[in-house]
Structure formats: C-alpha cells, structure tokens
Design a binder for this molecule. Structure first.
Ligand code: GLY
Length: 329
C-alpha cells in the first residue's frame, strides 16, 4: 500500500503534470483564501481542479455578456470534455478494466430540473446529452445503450472508440498486473464539477467524468448521481464533488452540503462537515481523495478535501484564479 506521503507527492506531481494552463497561475495556485466566506460578486463560477481554468474562461464568456448560468456550466465543461491533455474527463479518458471508456455526467438548475447520463460510450459531450435528458425527456437519468441511442436520436454523432495514446499506454501498463485497486488520486481521476451563479442570481451546476481509471465495466460513480456529485437548490446554493465516487455516494455529498447550508452553515463549514462524514465512513481514508466545492445564493463559496493537492478555479469580474483547497490532512 502506498504511504500517504508518496500518495501526496504523486498527487502534487500529477497535478502539475496535468496543468495545461499557466496563464495567471503560478505553482500550485494561490493558497487557501481567508476571504472565502465573503460574498464576492455575481456572476461567478467555480470549478474543480486546474482544468477548471479553461472551463471557467468559456463559462465567463457567457456570464460576462449576460448569458444564463445553465448555458455557462454546459459550455464550460464541454471544453474539458474535449481537452486532449485531460485523462479523466471525456473520451480521452483512462478506460475501464476492459479497455473501454465509459462516461458519466449530470447537470442541474436551481429550480430542481436535472438530467444525467451514466455508463455511456462514444458520446463526445455527455454533458450536452445530460441536458437533453433534462429538457427533452420526462426522465432524470439514462444509462448505457439507452443513453447512446438517445444521443443518436438527438442527432449527436457517435465517435469511434479509439483510446488516446496516453490512455492506451497507461492501460497497457496497468494490464501487466491488472490489479483491482480502486484507489483514487489526481493521476487516475479528476472529474470536473462546475457550479455558478449568473447576474440575475440564477444558479446551476454541471459534473462530467470518465470515472475511476480501470474501474469494473459498468461501474458508475457519483458524478451522474443527483445529490452525490452535484446538487443545486436556487433557494440555498450549489455543491459539487470530485474524487472517489463510492465514498461521495455513501454520504450523498452534494445534497448534504446544500442541506447544511440551508441549516445555516457557510459553504466552507458545509464542505468541511461533508469531508468529516466521508472520513468517518471511509475504510481507507489515507488512500482516498474527495474534494467538495460549494457556493451559496449570496455568492459566498467554500472548498475542502481529504488530502492536500485539491485545487479549484474561480472566476468572477475581479479575478481568474487557481486556489489550493484546505484539507483534512
Ligand atoms: N467522482 C467521479 C467518480 O468516482 O467516478
């Protein structure tokens, strides 16, 4: 078993390796903020990890021209879904044990409308498919072949199933031992979750991932599970998660955070309480990572993770920044 030290070192290194954008960002990002609880401004958008910078830039193009938050969170994460340097979101992602990339995504509005897809293959933009589930069907979640058929029906062409070069290399190396060890870190996993608020005060969120690398075929994580990887209630706020989905699902992470905010906790306090619960339930806390982001309807936000190394991108009218989250360890 890896020591926590080597886990953290690996996480930090991987985070650097994955950093595709250096503009306005130095090192691992600015350290955790003391003003995090203060309402900053509307509109604003917050996304997990450093790939959130480019996603936020796209979302900001929409928000800064009075666009709506639903379009912003969809268009934002679409950037990550086709980013060839990201191996944990979209079709460039690390495959499952069978060498197949399967994708999960969800989208939610402040009025409770939501849609999701899980275990879907060959779809370039699962977040768009999730939005179509929300807007064009009476359902919330479509999975597997049904989701793929729905994509075709909606005129979304299916992509050829070819692993990216890096994913193929990683998979071939993994196959030598083929050990089933669902340990998560930023090297094999870093979902993008994005939450935001527009100038009109409307809130929405999106979450999209290729899931845990080398997962069992058919495994679905927290990202497409409304209330686990994503939850938005426009009366209160929004939350999203990254990390080991099983441990996020067990505590209904995003829903828990929004409910804690409803009861009066700040976004930061709510994220910390959710991590505390995940830690209490985890069987192997030294070897897993979970990161949460929360935003309330006043525009205050917070973030917290189990391990150091989690960061998030924040964009409002004053700044575009990558910030290191505070963590349990
Ligand atoms: N957090 C995403 C997953 O576990 O698949």
């Amino acid at each position: 078993m890896k020591s926590r030290r080597s886990f953290i070192q690996k996480s930090l290194l991987s985070s650097l390796m994955l950093a595709p954008f250096s503009r306005k960002v130095t090192g691992m990002g600015i350290s955790s903020e003391s003003f995090i609880e203060k309402p900053i401004s509307k509109p604003q958008v917050i996304s997990t990890w450093n790939h959130g910078i480019a996603a936020n830039d796209k979302a900001w193009e929409i928000l800064s021209t009075n666009g709506n938050i639903l379009d912003a969170v969809e268009e934002g994460v679409k950037v990550t879904e086709i980013d060839k340097s990201v191996f944990s979101v979209g079709l460039n992602g690390i495959p499952d044990r069978e060498g197949i990339v399967t994708l999960d995504a969800s989208i939610m509005k402040g009025d409770g409308s939501c849609g999701a897809v899980a275990f879907v293959r060959q779809v370039k933009h699962p977040i768009t498919l999730a939005r179509k589930v929300m807007e064009k069907t009476p359902h919330v979640l479509l999975v597997g072949e049904g989701a793929r058929q729905f994509a075709l029906q909606e005129g979304m062409p299916l992509e050829e199933e070819v692993l990216s070069l890096k994913a193929r290399k990683a998979y071939n190396e993994w196959k030598i031992k083929a050990k089933y060890q669902p340990i998560i870190n930023v090297e094999n996993h870093d979902t993008i979750g994005m939450i935001g608020i527009d100038a009109a005060g409307e809130m929405a969120g999106s979450c999209t991932t290729s899931g845990l690398g080398y997962k069992m075929h058919g495994r679905v994580g927290d990202s497409p599970i409304i209330g686990a990887g994503l939850f938005v209630d426009g009366e209160v706020g929004a939350a999203t998660a990254t990390g080991l989905g099983e441990d996020v699902i067990r505590i209904c992470g995003a829903f828990l955070i929004v409910e804690l905010m409803r009861q009066g906790r700040t976004p930061q306090e709510a994220c910390e309480e959710a991590v505390k619960r995940a830690v209490a339930k985890s069987k192997d806390v030294n070897n897993i990572q979970i990161g949460f982001l929360a935003l309330n309807k006043e525009g205050a936000f917070g973030a917290f993770s189990i391990q150091p190394g989690f960061n998030y991108a924040h964009h409002n009218s004053n700044r575009q920044a990558l910030v290191d989250s505070k963590s349990w360890f």
